[in-house]
Design a protein around this ligand. Structure first.
Ligand code: CO8
Length: 258
């Protein structure tokens, strides 16, 4: 029995955290199941991953506090490393990822959403890094990704104060891209996924790689990453298909992922 369910509809694969009794809190098993679900992704047919939580209360209410309560510093380091490893795998996964945040995204839940490329949320979503109320720091990337997304000053305010933010404020600070009524969240995420899926898959992956790499580099090196990814597209059939299609005034070009 896995804590993560996978469902593929056409080019969209939805991974759903499925531990409702603990508001999808992340323990070692959930992290392993998420990792295994990524292992099983068919990169030939899937064009976009959606990550969400089961039910309408939580995306994930954090790392599992019961599992962490009696950890030694060594065990805590191993748990933090494992979470960071899986979340970094999501961040660098060779497909675009959309977090559909359907309720609480606290602590590790907020960190999981931030490891995705794009965040959409429902009107009842609540984001935050409440770790300091538990006597710990964020440990699955929160001290690093929140400031990259919303700026250092806002990130420090939220992490030091442990203040949670509702959907509208999360949107206004750029933590999420759009807010939907709960029943419209997954359809909106799928619609975005389908729109992405219509584009040349290798080019989309190359954009992700260039952007992920460039954000941590000085601009002169960052543009080198762009040159590499851009020129690499010219080895693909899809570049020829896309440009010939434009020149021939062809509509709805079907890309081959080649
Ligand atoms: N861990 C374990 N169990 C949880 C968690 C959690 N993070 N969140 C909720 N649950 C459980 C509750 O214990 C409860 O279980 P039970 O029914 O057996 O008592 C069940 O889920 C339902 O929760 P509530 O009854 O509390 O539901 P409410 O609607 O009253 O409240 C809240 C919802 C506000 C989300 C509340 O559950 C809450 O505050 N949860 C904890 C939020 C939090 O502090 N998250 C941060 C955790 S720390 C973290 O994520 C650090 C990540 C880095 C780790 C580094 C490793 C070393």
């Amino acid at each position: 029995m896995s804590f993560v369910t996978s469902m593929q509809e056409g080019p969209i694969l939805t991974l759903t955290l499925n531990r409702p009794e603990a508001l999808n809190a992340l323990n070692g098993q959930v992290l392993d199941d998420l990792d295994a679900a990524l292992d099983a992704v068919d990169l030939d047919t899937v064009r976009c991953l959606i990550l969400t939580g089961v039910g309408d209360r939580a995306f994930a209410a954090g790392a599992d506090i019961a599992a962490m309560a009696n950890m030694t510093p060594e065990e805590a380091a191993a748990f933090s490393r494992r979470g960071n490893e899986v979340f970094r795998r999501i961040e660098t996964f060779p497909l675009p990822t959309v977090a559909a945040v359907n309720g609480y995204a606290l602590g590790g839940g907020c960190e999981l959403a931030m490891a995705c490329d794009i965040r959409l949320c429902s009107e009842n979503a609540v984001f935050g890094q409440p770790e300091v109320t538990l006597g710990i720091t964020p440990g699955f990337g929160g001290t690093q990704r929140l400031m990259r997304l919303v700026g250092m000053g806002k990130a420090k305010e939220l992490i030091f104060s442990a203040r949670t933010v509702k959907a509208a404020e999360a949107r206004s600070m750029g933590l999420v891209n759009a807010v939907y009524p709960p029943e419209e969240l997954l359809p909106a995420a799928r619609k975005l996924g389908e729109r992405i899926a219509r584009n040349a898959p290798i080019a989309v992956r190359a954009c992700k790689a260039a952007m992920n790499e460039g954000i941590d580099l000085p601009m002169d090196e960052a543009v080198d990453a762009e040159v590499r990814e851009f020129s690499g597209c010219f080895e693909t059939e899809d570049q020829k298909r896309g440009m010939a299609g434009f020149l021939n005034k062809q509509k709805n070009i079907e890309f081959q992922n080649k």
